[in-house]
Structure formats: C-alpha cells, structure tokens
Design a protein around this ligand. Structure first.
Ligand SMILES: Cc1cc2nc3c(=O)[nH]c(=O)nc-3n(C[C@H](O)[C@H](O)[C@H](O)COP(=O)(O)OP(=O)(O)OC[C@H]3O[C@@H](n4cnc5c(N)ncnc54)[C@H](O)[C@@H]3O)c2cc1C
Length: 450
C-alpha cells in the first residue's frame, strides 16, 4: 500500500501531495468504479454542489455485454471501450484518477489506493463483480475468464494460437485437444460465447484453415443446472438450447466440472474431454473492497445495502450495481447483476445523496425490470419483456438495437454497426488478429483475476 496522503479535489490543476483537509466548500463524493453504475451516478451529479472524484483501475469504461464479440474476433476492443475522462469532459465538478483502490477505512473516512490515501465525505462503491471460480484454484489457473478487455483479448489470442498449433500438431490427441472448445456456464455469457464460437467454426474457420476438417472442431457448453439461461423464461431457456444444438454446439445440462488441469476437463458424470480451451463463465462474485465489517458482506461476496443503497451500519458509504446486495420482497437473493440495475441505482442514488446532504428523507430504490435478452447467433436471440416472450430473427434485431444504443460514444455505435452489417453480409469476422501472444506464464495479476 502507498502511504502517501493525496488530495484530489478542489481543482483539476492541483491534486497531489496536499493534505486531505483541502479547502473545498462542497462535500466530496468518491466513486470507486467507472462502470454502468458509477458513470450514471456521476452524470446525475453534474451541476450539483458536490465534488466528484471517480477512481478506476482502467482509464476507460468497458461495455461488458459485447466482450464475447471481442474474444471471438467480431469486434475491435476499441469499439466497446470509452475513455472515462472523455465522457465527463464538460462536467466541471468531476475529477478522475487511474488507481487500484485496495481498502476502505470507514473510521478515517478514507480509501487506500495505489496512489495514496484519499479522504471522502461520501463514498460510493461501484466496483462491479469478478469471475467466481468457487475456490477451485487449478481451474482458475488453467481456464479463461472474460470480465475485462485484457481477458477478452487473451481469449482471442489463445483461440487463434491454438488453431495455428493444431495445424502443425502431429499427435492426434494433442490436435483434438487444441480443437475442442469447452464453455462452462450456461448463463447469457456462456450461451453467447458458445454460439459465437459455433459461428466462427462454421463460417470463418473453413476459409482461414482449409487444412483443418470442420468436423474436428467441437464446441461444448456445460451447465450445472437443468436449463440454460436460468434467469429467463422457460421458452427462452428451451429455445436457446435448440438454437445452439442446431448450430452444432454440444449442450450438456445437469453436469458439473470436477477438475481441469490444462489438458483434460473431468465432468461429474465420469466423462472427460481433452481440451486446451476452457472458457469459464460459471459464476461471478462481488468485487468488494477490504476494510468493511464482515457482517456487511453477504454470500456471493456482495456488500449488503439497505433500500437507499447505504452499506449496513455506515452513514456515508454506499454501494451500487453488481457489488451491492439489495434484497427486496421480489428478489430475496438480491437484485440481478445486470446493467439496468446498476444504471437505475446510480440515477436514484444521485438524488438520495443530495437528500442526505440536505438532511431530507431519502427515497427507497425500486427496480424497474424492463426485461432481459440474450443472443445466440445470426438471426437467433431470445427476449423476455414482462409476459411477452419472443425468439428468433425479430428478437435478434431487438437485441442488436438495444446493445447498439447502449454503447457509450457515437464512434463506437457507428463502428459496431458497420462491423455487424459487414459481418452479416460477408459471413466474415474482421479482427482475427494475434496482436500480442497469449501465454499463461505471462498473464499478469490484472489479466488473471480482475
Ligand atoms: C461477459 C458479460 C456479459 C454481460 N452481458 C450483459 C447483458 O447482456 N445485459 C446486462 O444487462 N448485463 C450484462 N452483463 C452484466 C453487466 O455488465 C453488469 O451488470 C454491469 O457491468 C454492472 O455494472 P457496475 O457499474 O456494477 O460494474 P462494472 O460495469 O463492472 O464496473 C466496475 C468498474 O469498477 C472498476 N473497479 C473494480 N474494482 C476496482 C478497484 N478495486 N479499484 C479501482 N477500480 C475498480 C472496474 O475497472 C470497472 O470499471 C454482462 C457481464 C459480462 C461480464
């Protein structure tokens, strides 16, 4: 930990090496995390009499719903990332620092970061979630997660490198293992990833690797429960399985992964698959900061908050988005870890913080569920909006429209749109590039776990 005391308020010109007791007359709100929740909250605090400091370990926002397209060569990483400073370039009360926030000290009203200690009047933890390997260290080491852009790029490199290696492999077992792709976890990410791999296999690989037989390339999707997309309707679950099977994905439900040593994945039914490609999308856990009392952390490593998003027993610490565990009568296990929850909580908390500052009664948060959707592949998606459920090509267009509109930045929207139109008509993927070689040894702390 860096013990330097840092002040990052009052003006954009002077921020380092000052005491935390700076002279600003406005309350200081420190927001940890520039994800969906942190961004929305910050926007809503524009022109309010507060000073906002956002801290994030990356200088960009990641649009996670399209990470799988980066991992499978469909989109450039730049299309789904947006510089945080640029989003708020016209917001005078906004300051940003790239830093890893390590812990919070509620008694001192400060956070400890890689650039020093930073004081706050109000702290908002909007750190999202990390991949959950449920304590299985070997699986964590040998499989690939996909929560960040560096991880998606690693995944892309690994897939392409293994295809190149398969071309020159002389041992048939080795070759098979390089061409077997196993996705673990049948939630939206697993469904989208396995569908995208199936399309890569069908439309792109035969052109790029004519020496490989398409029948030698296998995509498996392993799900522990009895259905895919468990958070969606039964129709969506059944249809997504049907779509994937039509696309050639081997879907297995009620099956758990017992172990994976980098070469063989062992399954709970006693079967095993030789594979060098295991893509883990079987769970997430809250990215909590150290320093909060143990009784404010729930199962699933999320921070327990009340109906105002205030952390248990803390007057001036709040949590929003994936990291927050907000229990409601309709959601006894907490609100779902999806972007709309983070966005709506960010919007709502902006008003409540002002109310807290003015000693007014805050208003409880109510989540408005607009529905959920997942894409499986070309012309294939599933959409649930309340009691309305539809699947297929119209659902796919709805999915594309919603995701395009949700991307941050006009350039990103345009580039993504052009890419999708191009891919649709050409059946091609433009970004099958190994820009930096992936090697497990060279994976940094950042790409391994964050
Ligand atoms: C592959 C994938 C696909 C998804 N698809 C969908 C979808 O289709 N629809 C949907 O609604 N949701 C989807 N989600 C979920 C959605 O992305 C999350 O619910 C949403 O991002 C949560 O927003 P957030 O603000 O809580 O956190 P995030 O958006 O995750 O942002 C957290 C931020 O905090 C930063 N951070 C974390 N810890 C620290 C620290 N210690 N120090 C400094 N910075 C830190 C991170 O760098 C990040 O920028 C998907 C998620 C994934 C991973």
């Amino acid at each position: 930990m860096n013990n330097k005391t840092v002040s990052v308020f009052t003006s954009k010109e002077s921020y380092m090496n000052q005491s935390t007791s700076d002279t600003s007359k406005f309350p200081k709100i420190v927001i940890v995390g520039g994800g969906f929740g942190g961004i929305e909250l910050t926007k809503r605090l524009k022109n309010k009499e507060v000073e906002v400091l956002m801290l994030d370990r990356h200088n960009y926002h990641t649009f996670q719903p399209l990470l799988y397209q980066v991992a499978t060569g469909g989109l450039e990483a730049d299309s789904i990332a947006f510089p945080l400073r640029k989003i708020f370039k016209n917001q005078k009360n906004f300051t940003f620092r790239v830093t890893d926030v390590e812990s919070v000290d509620p008694a001192k009203k400060a956070v400890n970061t890689s650039i020093g200690e930073i004081g706050y009047d109000y702290l908002v933890i909007a750190t999202g979630s990390d991949t959950n390997f449920f304590g299985q260290k070997e699986i964590e080491h040998f499989s690939m997660a996909m929560k960040t852009i560096p991880e998606a790029l690693n995944l892309r490199s690994m897939i392409l490198q293994n295809l190149e290696e398969a071309l020159v492999a002389t041992d048939p077992v080795e070759k098979r293992s390089l061409l077997n792709f196993v996705v673990v976890g049948g939630g939206p990410t697993g469904v989208e990833l396995s569908g995208s791999l199936a399309e890569l296999k069908r439309h792109v690989l035969p052109k790029d690797y004519p020496e490989l037989s398409i029948d030698d390339i296998n995509v498996y999707l392993i799900e522990g429960s009895d259905e895919l997309l468990g958070v969606m309707s039964d129709q969506a679950s059944a249809k997504s399985k049907q779509f994937l099977e039509e696309m050639g994905v081997n879907v297995f439900t009620n099956l758990r992964v017992e172990s994976y040593d980098g070469n063989v994945i062992k399954l709970s039914d006693g079967n095993a698959i030789n594979t060098r490609n295991v893509l883990w999308s079987a769970g997430v856990k809250g990215a909590v900061l150290d320093g909060l009392p143990a009784d404010s952390i729930s199962r699933g490593n999320r921070i327990i908050v009340d109906q105002f998003n205030r952390v248990t027993a803390q007057e001036s610490i709040f949590a929003i988005g994936d990291v927050a565990m907000q229990i409601t009568p309709e959601n006894p296990n907490g609100l779902p870890g999806v972007a709309p929850v983070a966005i709506q909580q960010g919007t709502h908390l902006a008003k409540n913080i002002i109310r807290f500052m003015n000693h007014e009664q805050p208003e409880p948060f109510n989540y408005f569920d607009k529905g959920s959707m997942a894409t499986v592949g070309r012309n294939k998606a599933v959409v649930d909006i309340g009691k309305i459920r539809f699947q297929g090509i119209f659902a796919w267009f709805v999915w594309m429209f919603v995701h395009l509109m949700s991307l941050v930045g006009f350039r990103n929207k345009l580039v993504t749109f052009v890419n999708w139109v191009w891919s649709y008509f050409s059946y091609d993927r433009g970004t099958r590039l190994i820009i930096r070689r992936f090697s497990r040894q060279s994976m940094t702390e950042d790409t391994l776990s964050k």
